[in-house]
Ligand binder design. Structure first.
Ligand code: ADP
Ligand code: MG
Length: 379
């Protein structure tokens, strides 16, 4: 915390007006359901992005990130917000998105960022960055925006200007997170419900691999789901219950597309059941649903990889583990595992040992706490 204040002072030679924290997120279950009109169940985590900022009297914008020190201070002008092909395009896109939502920023500002999220690992550093900028702009310029609007603005910035066709989950979790709760979110309607997640340890393991297949496979999966949706003649795949799917799946003539649709529809059912299990305090049931989610992502959706399967198999065999699965888009990135608190130490030792023995890579392991969504921090 004091890090961003003194960092800001060193870079800009003055004191910031305000500081904030925006969390990253992990999706507990509900993978590849959002663009099929289904539910997701993420939670905000204590790892995230901190930002200190101050208004300027002129129309210059300056950005510095501890994660990209070699880039130095990156400068833009409010009258020319063209992207420059660097990380600061994310905050600038948020400023452009504010305009598109009717909130024109008329004064410049200086920003300083610090992060403890691994970037590009699937814990949504980009959404945390966007939401952090949103919180700072709201504060510096006294704008009447809700947390939910900040999430929508962040998503708009990333879709429209950065050109990443992400759903709303990441920004929503970062803005709307609640301590010790997961969020059951209907990605279509934005209706949501909090479900308690307590008395257990949540551990994220970064496989530290990212296979190049990821982005082309993502487009393939979207296309395959779209083909299945048309054959079923439904508005979205997840508008079908699992029973309705079972009785009509024969309409999908292509075997691969049928498997993709089965994943999306069953995963949506599991996600709703998983939220119920949390509400009932039934962590064993929740864990079984996580395991089933991984199997389906591996076999029906085919977005896992050897490293993720190994991490999940190893985790599922450790005493006290409720459930484990890959999380995020797939082909690398992270797994998420829920376990009894008393098993955490052994879990971390075993997973590091086994994974490095097999792949010669020491995985990054994060024991995370589930925290509130983005907001101002005192200094
Ligand atoms: P993730 O899964 O972490 O969201 P993305 O590829 O969507 O991965 O976003 C990562 C990008 O977000 C980085 O390449 C960088 O441009 C930006 N970013 C993330 N964290 C920071 C940071 N701390 N400082 C500056 N830019 C960041
Ligand atoms: Mg991202």
């Amino acid at each position: 915390m004091s890090g961003i204040i003194s960092g800001f002072e060193t870079i800009y030679n003055r004191t910031p007006d305000a500081a904030c924290f925006a969390p990253g997120r992990v999706n507990l279950i509900g993978e590849h359901t959002d663009y099929n009109g289904g539910n997701v169940l993420p939670c905000a985590i204590h790892l995230g992005i901190r930002c200190a900022a101050a208004c300027r009297r002129d129309r210059w914008l300056q950005f510095f990130s501890e994660s990209f020190p070699d880039s130095g201070v990156i400068v833009y002008q409010l009258d020319d917000l063209r992207l420059q092909g660097c990380w600061a395009d994310y905050p600038v896109s948020v400023i452009r998105a504010f305009s598109a939502f009717g909130y024109r920023i008329e004064n410049g500002a200086d920003f300083y960022f610090s992060s403890d999220l691994p970037d590009g690992a699937g814990l949504s550093s980009s959404a945390a960055l966007e939401v952090a900028v949103g919180v700072m702009l709201r504060t510096l310029f006294s704008l009447p925006l809700t947390q939910q609007e900040l999430a929508l603005i962040g998503q708009f910035a990333e879709n429209r200007f950065i050109g990443v066709n992400c759903g709303i989950m990441d920004q929503f979790a970062s803005a709307m997170g609640k301590r010790d709760h997961a969020i059951l979110l209907d990605a279509n309607s934005l209706s949501f419900q909090y479900a308690p997640l307590e008395n257990a340890s949540l551990v994220i393991v970064n496989s530290c691999v990212k296979h190049s297949l990821a982005s082309s496979a993502y487009n393939d999966r979207q296309r395959e789901c779209e083909t299945a949706r048309k054959m079923l003649n439904v508005p979205t795949l997840c508008s079908l219950s699992t029973e309705e799917f079972d009785s009509s799946s024969g309409k999908i003539t292509d075997n691969t597309c049928r498997c993709r649709a089965r994943h999306a529809i069953y995963e949506n059912g599991r996600t709703i059941d998983a939220a119920k299990a949390l509400i009932n305090g039934n962590l064993s049931e929740f864990g079984k649903l996580m395991n089933a989610s991984h199997t389906s992502l591996r076999d029906d959706y085919e977005v896992s990889c050897t490293e993720l399967d190994f991490l999940v198999d190893t985790a599922q065999r450790i005493h006290g583990v409720y459930g484990s699965r890959m999380t995020g888009g797939g082909f690398g990135g992270c797994t998420v595992t829920l376990m009894e608190k008393s098993s955490e130490k052994e879990f971390i030792t075993v997973i590091k040992q086994e994974y490095s023995r097999k792949f010669n890579i020491i995985p990054a392991v994060y024991s995370v706490t589930v925290c509130d969504g983005a907001g101002i921090i005192d200094f």
